[in-house]
Design a protein around this ligand. Structure first.
Ligand code: NCD
Ligand code: ZN
Length: 348
Protein backbone atom coordinates (compact mmCIF):
# COMPACT_ATOMS: atom_id res chain seq x y z
CA UNK A 1 0.00 0.00 0.00
CA UNK A 2 1.26 3.47 -0.87
CA UNK A 3 1.94 5.72 2.08
CA UNK A 4 3.07 8.85 0.25
CA UNK A 5 2.11 10.56 -3.00
CA UNK A 6 3.49 13.70 -4.55
CA UNK A 7 1.21 15.40 -7.04
CA UNK A 8 1.52 18.39 -9.33
CA UNK A 9 -0.04 21.23 -7.35
CA UNK A 10 -3.80 21.01 -7.93
CA UNK A 11 -6.38 23.46 -9.30
CA UNK A 12 -10.00 23.92 -8.28
CA UNK A 13 -12.20 24.57 -11.30
CA UNK A 14 -15.26 25.77 -9.34
CA UNK A 15 -14.87 27.84 -6.20
CA UNK A 16 -16.83 30.45 -4.24
CA UNK A 17 -14.62 32.94 -2.41
CA UNK A 18 -17.28 35.59 -1.57
CA UNK A 19 -16.15 39.08 -0.62
CA UNK A 20 -15.23 41.26 2.38
CA UNK A 21 -14.69 39.57 5.74
CA UNK A 22 -15.76 36.14 4.44
CA UNK A 23 -13.24 36.37 1.57
CA UNK A 24 -10.48 37.29 3.99
CA UNK A 25 -11.30 34.40 6.27
CA UNK A 26 -11.69 31.63 3.72
CA UNK A 27 -9.37 32.48 0.78
CA UNK A 28 -6.31 31.07 2.63
CA UNK A 29 -8.13 27.73 2.99
CA UNK A 30 -7.94 27.24 -0.79
CA UNK A 31 -4.62 28.99 -1.40
CA UNK A 32 -2.88 26.63 1.03
CA UNK A 33 -3.19 23.57 -1.24
CA UNK A 34 -4.30 24.89 -4.64
CA UNK A 35 -2.33 26.88 -7.22
CA UNK A 36 -5.34 28.27 -9.08
CA UNK A 37 -9.11 28.27 -8.98
CA UNK A 38 -11.97 29.28 -11.22
CA UNK A 39 -13.73 31.92 -9.13
CA UNK A 40 -17.50 32.00 -9.27
CA UNK A 41 -19.03 35.43 -9.95
CA UNK A 42 -22.24 35.13 -7.86
CA UNK A 43 -21.56 38.04 -5.56
CA UNK A 44 -24.26 40.54 -4.65
CA UNK A 45 -24.35 42.34 -7.07
CA UNK A 46 -22.86 39.79 -9.50
CA UNK A 47 -19.56 40.20 -11.35
CA UNK A 48 -20.83 41.08 -14.81
CA UNK A 49 -18.18 43.20 -16.55
CA UNK A 50 -14.49 42.75 -17.22
CA UNK A 51 -13.78 45.79 -15.03
CA UNK A 52 -15.71 44.24 -12.13
CA UNK A 53 -13.78 40.98 -12.53
CA UNK A 54 -10.46 42.84 -12.47
CA UNK A 55 -11.50 44.71 -9.32
CA UNK A 56 -12.67 41.48 -7.63
CA UNK A 57 -9.39 39.81 -8.54
CA UNK A 58 -7.53 42.60 -6.75
CA UNK A 59 -9.64 42.13 -3.63
CA UNK A 60 -8.86 38.40 -3.68
CA UNK A 61 -5.12 39.02 -3.98
CA UNK A 62 -5.33 41.58 -1.15
CA UNK A 63 -6.84 38.85 1.04
CA UNK A 64 -3.82 36.61 0.31
CA UNK A 65 -0.70 38.63 1.10
CA UNK A 66 2.48 36.88 0.02
CA UNK A 67 0.60 34.05 -1.71
CA UNK A 68 1.31 32.92 -5.27
CA UNK A 69 -2.28 31.69 -5.71
CA UNK A 70 -3.85 32.64 -9.05
CA UNK A 71 -7.58 33.38 -9.16
CA UNK A 72 -9.06 32.59 -12.58
CA UNK A 73 -11.92 35.04 -12.90
CA UNK A 74 -15.32 34.49 -14.51
CA UNK A 75 -18.24 36.70 -15.49
CA UNK A 76 -21.86 36.17 -14.59
CA UNK A 77 -24.00 35.86 -17.73
CA UNK A 78 -27.11 38.04 -17.77
CA UNK A 79 -29.59 38.77 -20.52
CA UNK A 80 -27.91 42.19 -20.76
CA UNK A 81 -24.31 40.92 -20.96
CA UNK A 82 -22.17 42.72 -23.53
CA UNK A 83 -20.48 40.20 -25.87
CA UNK A 84 -17.74 42.69 -26.78
CA UNK A 85 -16.84 43.23 -23.11
CA UNK A 86 -16.74 39.45 -22.52
CA UNK A 87 -14.49 38.69 -25.48
CA UNK A 88 -12.21 41.66 -24.71
CA UNK A 89 -11.83 40.59 -21.06
CA UNK A 90 -11.04 37.06 -22.22
CA UNK A 91 -8.51 38.20 -24.80
CA UNK A 92 -6.84 40.35 -22.12
CA UNK A 93 -6.56 37.33 -19.79
CA UNK A 94 -8.82 38.97 -17.19
CA UNK A 95 -11.44 36.21 -17.37
CA UNK A 96 -11.30 32.51 -18.21
CA UNK A 97 -14.99 31.64 -18.48
CA UNK A 98 -18.55 32.90 -18.26
CA UNK A 99 -21.05 31.37 -15.85
CA UNK A 100 -24.63 30.63 -16.73
CA UNK A 101 -27.08 30.48 -13.83
CA UNK A 102 -30.71 29.89 -14.72
CA UNK A 103 -32.49 32.69 -12.81
CA UNK A 104 -33.38 31.55 -9.30
CA UNK A 105 -31.52 28.21 -9.50
CA UNK A 106 -29.22 28.74 -6.53
CA UNK A 107 -27.54 31.19 -4.14
CA UNK A 108 -27.46 34.74 -5.58
CA UNK A 109 -28.79 33.79 -9.01
CA UNK A 110 -31.60 36.34 -9.38
CA UNK A 111 -29.78 38.12 -12.21
CA UNK A 112 -29.47 34.87 -14.13
CA UNK A 113 -30.97 33.93 -17.48
CA UNK A 114 -34.73 33.49 -17.91
CA UNK A 115 -35.02 33.46 -21.69
CA UNK A 116 -32.17 31.55 -23.35
CA UNK A 117 -32.88 33.11 -26.76
CA UNK A 118 -31.78 36.43 -25.28
CA UNK A 119 -28.22 35.19 -24.69
CA UNK A 120 -27.84 33.38 -28.00
CA UNK A 121 -25.81 36.20 -29.56
CA UNK A 122 -23.48 36.32 -26.56
CA UNK A 123 -22.97 32.56 -26.66
CA UNK A 124 -22.17 32.74 -30.37
CA UNK A 125 -19.57 35.44 -29.74
CA UNK A 126 -18.08 33.30 -26.95
CA UNK A 127 -17.92 30.25 -29.20
CA UNK A 128 -16.08 32.26 -31.83
CA UNK A 129 -13.62 33.67 -29.31
CA UNK A 130 -13.14 30.34 -27.49
CA UNK A 131 -14.57 31.53 -24.16
CA UNK A 132 -15.82 28.53 -22.16
CA UNK A 133 -19.33 28.56 -20.68
CA UNK A 134 -19.69 27.12 -17.17
CA UNK A 135 -23.23 25.96 -16.58
CA UNK A 136 -25.27 25.52 -13.42
CA UNK A 137 -27.34 22.69 -14.82
CA UNK A 138 -30.72 22.81 -13.13
CA UNK A 139 -34.09 23.98 -14.34
CA UNK A 140 -36.00 26.13 -11.90
CA UNK A 141 -39.60 25.28 -12.82
CA UNK A 142 -41.64 24.82 -9.67
CA UNK A 143 -43.40 21.82 -11.22
CA UNK A 144 -40.13 19.92 -11.66
CA UNK A 145 -39.08 17.87 -8.66
CA UNK A 146 -35.83 19.16 -7.20
CA UNK A 147 -34.21 15.72 -7.59
CA UNK A 148 -35.02 15.74 -11.34
CA UNK A 149 -33.91 19.27 -12.13
CA UNK A 150 -30.48 18.37 -13.46
CA UNK A 151 -31.66 15.63 -15.77
CA UNK A 152 -34.48 17.82 -17.11
CA UNK A 153 -32.02 20.70 -17.66
CA UNK A 154 -29.89 18.54 -19.95
CA UNK A 155 -32.86 17.72 -22.14
CA UNK A 156 -34.62 21.09 -22.14
CA UNK A 157 -31.77 23.59 -21.96
CA UNK A 158 -28.23 22.25 -22.28
CA UNK A 159 -28.64 20.02 -25.28
CA UNK A 160 -30.62 22.67 -27.25
CA UNK A 161 -27.95 25.31 -26.44
CA UNK A 162 -25.14 23.03 -27.57
CA UNK A 163 -26.97 22.25 -30.82
CA UNK A 164 -27.77 25.92 -31.44
CA UNK A 165 -24.19 27.08 -30.77
CA UNK A 166 -22.06 24.17 -31.99
CA UNK A 167 -18.55 25.52 -31.31
CA UNK A 168 -19.29 26.53 -27.72
CA UNK A 169 -17.03 24.91 -25.11
CA UNK A 170 -19.13 23.97 -22.09
CA UNK A 171 -18.36 22.80 -18.57
CA UNK A 172 -21.32 21.25 -16.85
CA UNK A 173 -20.59 22.24 -13.26
CA UNK A 174 -21.00 20.01 -10.21
CA UNK A 175 -22.74 17.10 -11.91
CA UNK A 176 -24.79 15.00 -9.52
CA UNK A 177 -26.52 12.37 -11.64
CA UNK A 178 -25.80 9.32 -13.72
CA UNK A 179 -27.71 11.04 -16.55
CA UNK A 180 -25.24 13.95 -16.53
CA UNK A 181 -22.26 11.58 -16.48
CA UNK A 182 -23.67 9.68 -19.45
CA UNK A 183 -24.48 12.88 -21.34
CA UNK A 184 -20.89 14.07 -20.98
CA UNK A 185 -19.48 10.67 -21.92
CA UNK A 186 -21.63 10.57 -25.06
CA UNK A 187 -20.70 14.05 -26.28
CA UNK A 188 -18.09 14.88 -28.91
CA UNK A 189 -15.35 17.34 -28.06
CA UNK A 190 -16.13 20.57 -26.27
CA UNK A 191 -18.04 19.27 -23.24
CA UNK A 192 -16.58 18.51 -19.82
CA UNK A 193 -17.88 18.32 -16.26
CA UNK A 194 -16.65 19.20 -12.83
CA UNK A 195 -17.43 16.99 -9.85
CA UNK A 196 -17.38 18.29 -6.28
CA UNK A 197 -15.71 16.61 -3.34
CA UNK A 198 -18.91 16.28 -1.34
CA UNK A 199 -20.94 14.65 -4.12
CA UNK A 200 -18.41 11.79 -4.14
CA UNK A 201 -19.27 11.13 -0.48
CA UNK A 202 -22.87 11.93 0.27
CA UNK A 203 -26.23 10.84 -1.04
CA UNK A 204 -29.61 12.26 -0.10
CA UNK A 205 -29.85 10.10 3.01
CA UNK A 206 -26.94 11.99 4.49
CA UNK A 207 -29.02 15.16 4.33
CA UNK A 208 -32.35 13.82 5.47
CA UNK A 209 -32.23 10.46 7.29
CA UNK A 210 -32.23 10.58 11.07
CA UNK A 211 -32.45 14.37 11.24
CA UNK A 212 -31.92 17.22 8.82
CA UNK A 213 -28.25 18.10 8.29
CA UNK A 214 -27.94 21.56 6.82
CA UNK A 215 -24.19 21.33 6.24
CA UNK A 216 -24.83 18.60 3.64
CA UNK A 217 -27.38 20.72 1.81
CA UNK A 218 -26.09 22.19 -1.43
CA UNK A 219 -27.30 22.70 -4.97
CA UNK A 220 -27.61 20.67 -7.02
CA UNK A 221 -28.84 18.61 -4.09
CA UNK A 222 -27.17 15.21 -3.57
CA UNK A 223 -29.18 12.41 -5.20
CA UNK A 224 -29.63 8.66 -4.61
CA UNK A 225 -26.69 6.35 -3.89
CA UNK A 226 -26.61 4.99 -7.47
CA UNK A 227 -25.83 8.50 -8.66
CA UNK A 228 -23.06 8.97 -6.10
CA UNK A 229 -21.53 5.72 -7.32
CA UNK A 230 -21.72 6.90 -10.95
CA UNK A 231 -19.87 10.08 -9.93
CA UNK A 232 -17.13 8.12 -8.15
CA UNK A 233 -16.70 5.95 -11.24
CA UNK A 234 -16.51 9.00 -13.51
CA UNK A 235 -14.04 10.86 -11.28
CA UNK A 236 -11.75 7.86 -10.85
CA UNK A 237 -12.04 6.53 -14.41
CA UNK A 238 -9.20 8.52 -15.95
CA UNK A 239 -11.62 10.12 -18.44
CA UNK A 240 -10.20 13.63 -19.04
CA UNK A 241 -13.69 15.12 -19.39
CA UNK A 242 -14.22 14.86 -15.62
CA UNK A 243 -12.14 17.00 -13.28
CA UNK A 244 -12.22 18.63 -9.87
CA UNK A 245 -14.38 21.65 -9.15
CA UNK A 246 -15.03 21.62 -5.42
CA UNK A 247 -17.91 24.13 -5.44
CA UNK A 248 -16.66 24.92 -1.95
CA UNK A 249 -19.36 27.42 -0.97
CA UNK A 250 -19.00 28.96 2.48
CA UNK A 251 -21.99 30.35 4.36
CA UNK A 252 -21.81 31.53 7.95
CA UNK A 253 -23.23 28.79 10.19
CA UNK A 254 -26.22 30.84 11.36
CA UNK A 255 -27.40 31.18 7.75
CA UNK A 256 -27.22 27.42 7.19
CA UNK A 257 -28.63 26.33 10.55
CA UNK A 258 -31.83 28.21 9.96
CA UNK A 259 -35.51 27.70 9.10
CA UNK A 260 -34.54 28.44 5.47
CA UNK A 261 -30.90 27.42 5.30
CA UNK A 262 -28.53 28.43 2.50
CA UNK A 263 -27.23 25.91 -0.03
CA UNK A 264 -23.51 25.15 -0.08
CA UNK A 265 -20.89 22.80 1.40
CA UNK A 266 -17.53 24.19 2.51
CA UNK A 267 -14.81 21.75 1.46
CA UNK A 268 -11.78 23.95 0.75
CA UNK A 269 -10.04 23.04 4.02
CA UNK A 270 -9.92 19.26 3.63
CA UNK A 271 -10.61 18.52 -0.05
CA UNK A 272 -7.19 17.11 -0.93
CA UNK A 273 -6.92 14.58 1.95
CA UNK A 274 -10.56 13.57 1.46
CA UNK A 275 -10.09 13.06 -2.29
CA UNK A 276 -6.95 11.01 -1.68
CA UNK A 277 -9.06 8.73 0.52
CA UNK A 278 -11.90 8.49 -2.03
CA UNK A 279 -9.42 7.59 -4.78
CA UNK A 280 -7.62 5.10 -2.56
CA UNK A 281 -10.91 3.44 -1.62
CA UNK A 282 -11.73 3.17 -5.33
CA UNK A 283 -8.30 1.63 -6.06
CA UNK A 284 -7.44 4.64 -8.21
CA UNK A 285 -4.87 6.63 -6.27
CA UNK A 286 -2.69 6.72 -9.38
CA UNK A 287 -5.44 8.68 -11.16
CA UNK A 288 -5.80 11.41 -8.55
CA UNK A 289 -3.13 13.67 -10.01
CA UNK A 290 -4.71 13.88 -13.45
CA UNK A 291 -8.13 14.57 -11.91
CA UNK A 292 -6.91 17.46 -9.76
CA UNK A 293 -4.00 18.84 -11.77
CA UNK A 294 -4.17 17.89 -15.46
CA UNK A 295 -7.55 17.43 -17.08
CA UNK A 296 -9.01 20.76 -16.00
CA UNK A 297 -5.93 22.74 -16.98
CA UNK A 298 -5.93 21.00 -20.36
CA UNK A 299 -9.62 21.78 -20.97
CA UNK A 300 -9.10 25.45 -20.11
CA UNK A 301 -5.92 25.64 -22.21
CA UNK A 302 -3.78 26.51 -19.17
CA UNK A 303 -0.22 25.35 -18.53
CA UNK A 304 0.10 22.72 -15.85
CA UNK A 305 1.37 23.91 -12.48
CA UNK A 306 5.01 23.48 -11.59
CA UNK A 307 4.70 23.18 -7.80
CA UNK A 308 3.88 20.00 -5.92
CA UNK A 309 1.77 18.79 -3.03
CA UNK A 310 2.73 15.73 -0.98
CA UNK A 311 0.16 13.68 0.91
CA UNK A 312 1.12 11.09 3.50
CA UNK A 313 -0.95 8.18 4.75
CA UNK A 314 -1.03 7.46 8.45
CA UNK A 315 -2.56 4.46 10.21
CA UNK A 316 -4.84 6.41 12.51
CA UNK A 317 -7.56 8.54 10.89
CA UNK A 318 -6.81 12.23 10.54
CA UNK A 319 -9.07 14.89 12.01
CA UNK A 320 -9.73 18.28 10.45
CA UNK A 321 -10.76 21.62 11.88
CA UNK A 322 -14.50 21.53 12.51
CA UNK A 323 -15.00 25.14 11.57
CA UNK A 324 -13.11 28.16 10.28
CA UNK A 325 -13.67 31.42 12.11
CA UNK A 326 -14.12 34.35 9.78
CA UNK A 327 -15.01 37.99 10.32
CA UNK A 328 -18.42 37.06 8.88
CA UNK A 329 -18.96 34.29 11.44
CA UNK A 330 -17.87 30.66 11.79
CA UNK A 331 -18.10 28.36 8.75
CA UNK A 332 -18.44 24.62 9.30
CA UNK A 333 -15.97 22.45 7.39
CA UNK A 334 -17.41 19.50 5.44
CA UNK A 335 -17.43 16.32 7.52
CA UNK A 336 -16.67 13.50 5.05
CA UNK A 337 -18.26 10.74 7.14
CA UNK A 338 -15.51 8.23 6.27
CA UNK A 339 -12.16 7.54 7.92
CA UNK A 340 -9.57 9.70 6.17
CA UNK A 341 -5.97 8.56 6.59
CA UNK A 342 -4.28 11.11 4.34
CA UNK A 343 -2.92 14.51 5.14
CA UNK A 344 -0.93 17.11 3.26
CA UNK A 345 2.62 16.98 4.57
CA UNK A 346 4.58 19.12 2.11
CA UNK A 347 3.93 21.92 -0.35
CA UNK A 348 6.59 22.99 -2.82
C1 NCD B 1 -23.41 27.92 -4.25
C2 NCD B 1 -23.24 29.19 -3.41
O1 NCD B 1 -23.48 29.13 -2.21
O2 NCD B 1 -22.84 30.22 -3.96
N1 NCD B 1 -24.22 27.00 -3.51
C3 NCD B 1 -24.29 25.66 -3.70
O3 NCD B 1 -25.12 25.02 -3.06
N2 NCD B 1 -23.49 25.03 -4.52
C4 NCD B 1 -23.97 28.26 -5.58
C5 NCD B 1 -23.90 27.13 -6.57
O4 NCD B 1 -22.85 26.78 -7.08
O5 NCD B 1 -24.97 26.56 -6.87
ZN1 ZN C 1 -20.98 26.78 -7.08
Amino acid sequence: MRTEITLTRPDDFHLHLRDGAMLEGIAPETARDFARAIIMPNLVPPVVTGAQAAAYRKRIMAALPGSNFTPLMTLYLTEASDPADITAAHAAGIIHAVKLYPAGATTNSDSGVRDFDRVRGTLEAMAQAGVPLCVHGEVTDSDIDIFDREAVFIERVLDPIRRAVPGLRVVMEHVTTQEAVEYVQAADAGLAATITTHHLLINRNHILAGGIRPHYYCLPVAKREVHRQALVRAATSGDPRFFLGTDSAPHADDTKESACGCAGCFTATNTMPVLAQVFENAGALDRLEAYVARYGADFYGLPRNTGTLTLTRQDTPVSFPRRIDTGAGPVTVFEPGIAVHWQVTARA
